[in-house]
Design a protein around this ligand. Structure first.
Ligand SMILES: *Cc1c(COP(=O)(O)O)cnc(C)c1O
Length: 220
C-alpha cells in the first residue's frame, strides 16, 4: 500500500538522517514512477509527494503531460535526439554522462531560451553495465562544463552495484560524496548527491544523499 510504504520510507529517511546528524530537510525523495500509471502518480501526489522520476521519455510522456504541476526528474540514459522531448518538462536531468549530451542540452536550451539543471552521472563502481563518467574523468568534465552557459550543474548522481547486503554499497556512496567535495567550488555549486534506491537508500542517506530515487519500496 502506497500510503503505508511512504510512511515507512519517510521514517527510515528520518532515522538515517538523525544517525548521521543531518538535517532531514536536505533529503529529497524522488518517487520513481517508471513502473506505474497515472493513477498511482495521482495517489502519490495526494499524499504530498512532489517529485517523480522517470527513465524513459516515451513511456513517461502521458504521465508528465497529465501532471504538469509535479516536478519530474529524468533519471535514465538520455539519448541526444530525445533532449528536446525532455528539456521543458523536467526539473532536473540526473544523467549527464558525456560531452555530446551536454552539447545537445546546450543547443536545445539556447533554442528555447531556457536554462537546464543537471547532475553528472558517475560510474563509481566501474561496472560495464552502468552508464556514467569514470571518477578519474570527472574534474576535467566539470571544467569543460564552464563553457556551457545554459547548463547548471547541481551535483552528482550514481547507482551502486546491486547487492544483497546494502551495507556493501556504503563505499560507493562515500566515494561519490568525496568526489563532490573535491570538485565543489570549481565554478559549480555541486550541492546535490543523487544516490540511493529502494534497497540501499538508508545507507545513502547516512552517507550524505540529498536526493534518493525510490520506486519499488513505494509502489509495491
Ligand atoms: C528504477 C530506478 C530507480 C528506482 O529503483 P527501485 O529499486 O525501484 O527503487 C532509481 N534510479 C534509477 C536510475 C532507476 O532507473
Amino acid at each position: 500500500m502506497l500510503a503505508e510504504n511512504y510512511e515507512k520510507v519517510k521514517q527510515e529517511i528520518k532515522g538515517a538522517a538523525a544517525r548521521a546528524g543531518r538535517d532531514i530537510d536536505l533529503v529529497k525523495l524522488v518517487a520513481v514512477s517508471k513502473t506505474v500509471g497515472i493513477d498511482q502518480v495521482r495517489l502519490a501526489a495526494d499524499l504530498g509527494i512532489t517529485d517523480f522520476g522517470e527513465n524513459r521519455v516515451q513511456e513517461a510522456e502521458a504521465k508528465v503531460s497529465a501532471m504538469p504541476g509535479l516536478k519530474w526528474h529524468f533519471i535514465g540514459h538520455l539519448q541526444s535526439n530525445k533532449v528536446k522531448d525532455v528539456l521543458p518538462f523536467y526539473t532536473l536531468v540526473h544523467s549527464l554522462d558525456r560531452l555530446s549530451l551536454a552539447k545537445a542540452l546546450q543547443r536545445c536550451a539556447e533554442r528555447s531560451d531556457i536554462a537546464v539543471e543537471a547532475l553528472i552521472q558517475v560510474n563509481v563502481s566501474g561496472e560495464k553495465s552502468k552508464f556514467g563518467l569514470s571518477p578519474e574523468d570527472l574534474s576535467c568534465f566539470i571544467a569543460q562544463m564552464r563553457s556551457f552557459d545554459r547548463i547548471k550543474i547541481k551535483g552528482l548522481m550514481t547507482m551502486a552495484p546491486f547487492v544483497d547486503d546494502p551495507e556493501e554499497t556504503r563505499p560507493f556512496f562515500s566515494r561519490l560524496r568525496k568526489l563532490r567535495d573535491e570538485n565543489a567550488g570549481a565554478g559549480q555549486e555541486l550541492t546535490e548527491l543523487s544516490m540511493g534506491m529502494s534497497n540501499d537508500y538508508i545507507v545513502a542517506v547516512e552517507e550524505g544523499a540529498t536526493i534518493v530515487r525510490i520506486g519499488s519500496a513505494l509502489f509495491s
